[in-house]
Write a protein that binds this ligand. Structure first.
Ligand SMILES: NC(=O)c1ccc[n+]([C@@H]2O[C@H](COP(=O)([O-])OP(=O)(O)OC[C@H]3O[C@@H](n4cnc5c(N)ncnc54)[C@H](OP(=O)(O)O)[C@@H]3O)[C@@H](O)[C@H]2O)c1
Length: 273
């Protein structure tokens, strides 16, 4: 089987300061890859890079960018010039539960850039670089909800849907150029996003999958040349068994409750001071 190091000496990871991106950084560094670590939290990225460099002897570069801003992807691309990048893990993203019309258009636009537009810029720029060097790989982190959309997360699940479709098409289109593309559709991976989204763990139908295990599955699926992956065997079984209409309504109800939980948290914070 192809090794993860056979794509080139450097990998770019967005959203590397936490969760899935951080686990990718740990596992790719352990394989000996040098890393470009991108997210907003420069201090976390610097601490992670320094720790991985000390442990595995790799080189790293930190790029602090807010990928919800229109020029941020270009800044990241520019910061990698001169590095022989062979792997892109385009992973940064988020969601804000709540009714679509209750959200401000400026916020929806920013998350459209984060969850779709920045991926487009990175995929296009690195895609051209990979084709020119005759080899490359992309792991694109979408979401399980991208497959059907989720009420009360309508904008973010739709933007993730764009990434799912673009990535899956490019899996086929770029194969002949030596560029491998995997789209990951996490739905229940144990990262801080579960709490950020306001989802109560007791509302989850299945216990969340440990993030290191999920990322090991992602790397294996990528190396096997798969087009898409839903991490977690139980999640894959659930996806097969649950009719689309039921998936939409049950997830919509869960995200509706999550929006209420966030509103309640804000109310308690405001009361406290
Ligand atoms: N865990 C799951 O089950 C699950 C389910 C569905 C989708 N996903 C997707 O998986 C990806 C990784 O999420 P995670 O689960 O690992 O959650 P996480 O622990 O919250 O990590 C999210 C990462 O994205 C970065 N990020 C967020 N907003 C950003 C911005 N404006 N600019 C640059 N970076 C930004 C964060 O870094 P900073 O805050 O430092 O910027 C962080 O490194 C996301 O795209 C998420 O939507 C995960």
């Amino acid at each position: 089987m192809i090794q993860i190091t056979s794509y080139g000496p450097w990998a770019v990871i967005t959203g590397a300061s936490s969760g899935i991106g951080e686990a990718f950084a740990n596992q790719l560094a352990a394989s000996g890859l040098n890393l470009v670590l991108a997210a907003r939290s420069a201090d976390k990225l610097e601490a992670l890079g320094a720790a991985l460099s000390a442990r595995h002897g790799i080189s790293y570069r930190v790029v602090a960018v807010d990928l919800s801003l229109p020029d941020a992807a270009a800044t990241l691309i520019e910061a990698t010039e001169g590095l022989d990048v062979g792997l892109l893990v385009s992973n940064a993203g988020t969601g804000v539960p709540g009714r679509f019309l209750d959200q401000e258009i400026a916020d929806l636009r920013r998350r459209m850039i984060l969850n779709a537009g920045s991926h487009l810029e990175l995929i296009h720029a690195f895609g051209r670089r990979f084709v020119a060097r005759g080899r490359g790989g992309m792991v694109l982190v979408s979401a399980l909800g991208a497959a059907h959309g989720i009420p009360n997360l309508a904008q973010d699940s739709s933007a993730k849907g764009y990434l799912l479709h673009l990535g899956e098409m490019l899996h086929h289109e770029l194969a002949r150029d030596g560029v491998a593309v995997l789209v990951v559709m996490p739905g229940n991976v144990d990262t801080p996003i579960i709490d950020t989204l306001g989802v109560a763990r007791t509302d989850l139908p299945i216990r969340p999958q440990p993030v290191d295990k999920a990322v090991r599955e992602m790397i294996t699926a990528f190396l096997k040349g798969r087009p898409t992956l839903v991490p977690g065997r139980m999640m894959r079984v659930m996806v097969r068994l649950l009719p689309r209409s039921l998936a939409i309504t049950t997830n919509g109800r869960m995200l509706g409750k999550a929006a209420d939980n966030i509103a309640e948290r804000a109310r308690v914070r405001a009361q406290a001071g």
